[in-house]
Structures are given as C-alpha cells and as structure tokens.
Design a protein around this ligand. Structure first.
Ligand code: SF4
Ligand code: SF4
Length: 136
C-alpha cells in the first residue's frame, strides 16, 4: 500500500463524472479529501490523499487525467525570500490552501509550509518573484 497526496485542478467545464466515487468503487482506492475548492463554472482545486498498491494508484491517476483533470503529486516544497517581502498580500490572495495569510494585527505575511499544496499560484502572483520550488 502506498499513500500519496495530489492536487487536482478541474477545468471550469467539468463532465460531471463522479471522480472520487469512481476511484473508491471502481479502483478500490482509499481517498481522503484534504481540501476542496470547487465551484461549478470555475477552475477548481482538490487536495486529496490516495492509498492503494502502486499499480492500482497509477491506474487511478490515469483515469483522473483521462477526465481532463490535472493531477500533480505533492512532493515538492515552496520557499520564498522572506527578507525581501513587502507584505503586499498578492500571494495570500491566491493561496486557496491557506498556507499564506496576512496577519491582521501586524499586516505581515505568514507562511505555514505544512498547509502548502504546491499549487504554484504564488509563484506568478508575487510581483517581486520571491517564490521558488525546491525539488528536494
Ligand atoms: S504553492 Fe503558494 S499559493 Fe499554492 S498552496 Fe503553496 S503557498 Fe499557497
Ligand atoms: S506577493 Fe511577494 S511581496 Fe507580496 S506578500 Fe507575497 S511574498 Fe511578499
């Protein structure tokens, strides 16, 4: 058995296919939804952990991608140049996972790496390009 976390990005025009249901019923994959941000008509994100033998997991991933849904494993790490941050909040505005937030009291950026799902939205959102991916 192998457990891995993935970020699924759904296009605005979804087929209505019950993907998580099918992963459980058809592929016998254990699915744990960690975070969901899906609204019909908009690009949606889902963070989920899947547990299954490696071969089955790969079949499930092929199935997901066959539905025109992007599926990226979370095995990378985001870092940023904290010393150069001007606390403009542009990155926290796009961070749906809640890893980047603005402290209401200090008006400073807070980064909680354990919440990061490596969606990479902050990479383009930051006007100073302070974020990068550590492939560890
Ligand atoms: S990659 Fe950036 S925007 Fe995405 S979850 Fe991590 S910190 Fe937030
Ligand atoms: S977008 Fe860049 S400069 Fe602005 S708060 Fe985020 S890290 Fe700092």
């Amino acid at each position: 058995m192998k457990s891995r976390r993935f970020v699924l990005t759904f296009p605005p025009e979804t087929t209505g296919e019950p993907i998580t249901y099918n992963l459980i019923r058809k592929f016998d994959i254990m699915v744990n939804i960690v975070k969901a941000d899906v609204t019909p008509g908009h690009i949606g994100h889902l963070v989920m952990e899947m547990t299954a033998p490696p071969g089955i997991l790969n079949e499930g991933l092929e199935y997901i991608r066959g539905q025109n849904v992007e599926c990226v494993p979370i095995d990378r790490r985001i870092t940023y140049r904290k010393d150069m941050c001007i606390h403009c909040g542009a990155c926290s505005a796009v961070c749906f996972a809640g890893a980047l937030t603005m402290d209401r009291t200090t008006a400073e950026l807070t980064f909680e790496p354990e919440k990061c799902v490596v969606c990479e939205l902050c990479l383009t959102a930051c006007p100073l390009k302070l974020f990068s991916i550590d492939l560890g």
